[in-house]
Design a binder for this molecule. Structure first.
Ligand code: C2E
Ligand code: MG
Ligand code: MG
Ligand code: MG
Length: 274
C-alpha cells in the first residue's frame, strides 16, 4: 500500500539515494585497485610569499583518474577511503610519491602533504613517514604534514605523542582548513603546529565585510602569539591578495598564484621563475 504512494517523500527520494549509494559502492571497489592499476598521481600547488609572489613550497594533492569513470575528486574518494581504512595505503603511497617527485625539482621547496586522522588511528603514521623519508632520502626539515582541524574533535586520539615523534625526525605540522571545524582554540597551543592554513571558504567572505576583516586580524594576532605563521588558502584575485597582504598576511595559496599541476609542469614553472 505504502509503496504505491508516490507522494511519500521517502519513496520519492529512494531512487536517488540508490544511485548515490551505488556510486559509493562502485568507487569503493574500484579504489582498492587504483594503486596497482597506476590510476593515481600527485599534483602540486605553489605556496607563495605574498610580498614578492615567489614560491617557497608546494602542497601535494592526490588525484585519481579512473580508466572508465574519469577523474574523481579527492573530496569524493578520500572520505570513502577514510571510512573503509584504505586511506592508510593511499596515504603511504602519497607520502612516498610526493617525496620522490619533489627530489627531482631543480629547487628544493617545502613539501606539504595532507594526512588523515585515520592514518594515525588505524595505521602507524610515524613508521610510515619515517620509512618514506628513509626510502626516498627527502630532507625531513622540508616536510610539512597537513592535519585538518576537524581531527581535534576526537580528543581520544593520542595525536600529540605521534606528532612529537615525527617532529623529532625534523618534520613540521600545518593545521589545515582553519576556521571551519572547531570552535574552541584551547587545543591549539598543546600541539606542535608551526603553521595555520586559513580555510578558503572563510577567506572568500572575509574580504567583504569589516567584521570579517577583524576575524582575519584576530587569527593573525593569535598565530603570532603562538609563534605560528599563517597561510591563506583559496586566493583567486589580485584584489584579495593585495587586501590580505595589507592586513599583514605573509603567505598565500590559490588559483591566482598557480593551479595544482603535475610534477613536470611544476618543474617548468620553477625554471621560468628562476
Ligand atoms: P585541502 O588540503 O584543503 O586542499 C586544498 C584544496 O583547495 C585543493 O582541492 C585545491 O585544489 C583547492 N584550491 C586551491 N586553490 C584554490 C582556489 O584558489 N580556489 C578554490 N576554489 N580551490 C582552491 P582538492 O585538490 O580537490 O583537494 C580536496 C581535499 O582533499 C583537500 O583539501 C584534502 O583535504 C583532501 N586531499 C587531497 N589530497 C589528499 C591526500 O593525499 N591525502 C589526504 N588525506 N587528503 C587529501
Ligand atoms: Mg591541505
Ligand atoms: Mg585546506
Ligand atoms: Mg580541505
Amino acid at each position: 500500500k505504502v509503496r504505491r504512494n508516490n507522494r511519500s517523500p521517502v519513496l520519492r527520494f529512494l531512487p536517488e539515494m540508490d544511485a548515490a549509494l551505488q556510486r559509493r559502492r562502485q568507487l569503493e571497489t574500484e579504489l582498492f585497485k587504483a594503486i596497482v592499476r597506476d590510476e593515481l598521481h600527485m599534483v602540486y600547488q605553489p605556496l607563495t610569499n605574498l610580498a614578492d609572489r615567489s614560491i617557497f613550497g608546494v602542497e601535494a594533492l592526490l588525484r585519481w583518474d579512473h580508466r572508465e569513470l574519469g577523474p574523481i575528486s579527492p573530496a569524493e574518494f578520500v572520505p570513502i577511503a577514510e571510512e573503509n581504512g584504505y586511506i592508510v595505503e593511499l596515504g603511504a603511497w602519497a607520502l612516498n610519491r610526493g617525496m620522490k617527485e619533489a627530489l627531482t625539482w631543480s629547487s628544493h621547496l617545502r613539501l606539504s602533504i595532507n594526512v588523515s586522522a585515520i592514518q594515525f588511528s588505524r595505521g602507524n603514521l610515524v613508521a610510515t613517514v619515517g620509512e618514506a623519508l628513509q626510502r626516498t632520502g627527502f630532507p625531513s626539515d622540508l616536510l610539512d604534514l597537513e592535519i585538518t582541524e576537524s581531527l581535534f574533535i576526537d580528543e581520544t586520539l593520542d595525536l600529540k605523542f605521534a606528532m612529537e615523534e615525527m617532529r623529532a625526525f625534523g618534520c613540521s605540522f600545518s593545521l589545515d582548513d582553519f576556521g571551519t571545524g572547531y570552535s574552541s582554540l584551547g587545543y591549539l597551543p598543546k600541539y606542535p603546529f608551526s603553521k595555520i592554513k586559513l580555510d578558503k571558504t572563510f577567506v572568500r567572505q572575509s574580504i567583504a565585510s569589516k567584521q570579517d576583516i577583524s576575524v582575519i586580524e584576530a587569527v593573525l594576532h593569535m598565530a603570532r602569539g603562538y609563534g605560528m605563521s599563517v597561510i591563506v588558502e583559496g586566493i583567486e584575485t589580485g584584489e584579495q591578495a593585495e587586501r590580505l597582504r595589507e592586513l599583514g598576511c605573509k603567505y598565500g595559496q590559490g588559483y591566482l598564484f598557480g593551479r595544482p599541476m603535475s610534477s613536470a609542469n611544476l618543474q617548468s614553472t620553477l625554471l621560468n621563475a628562476a
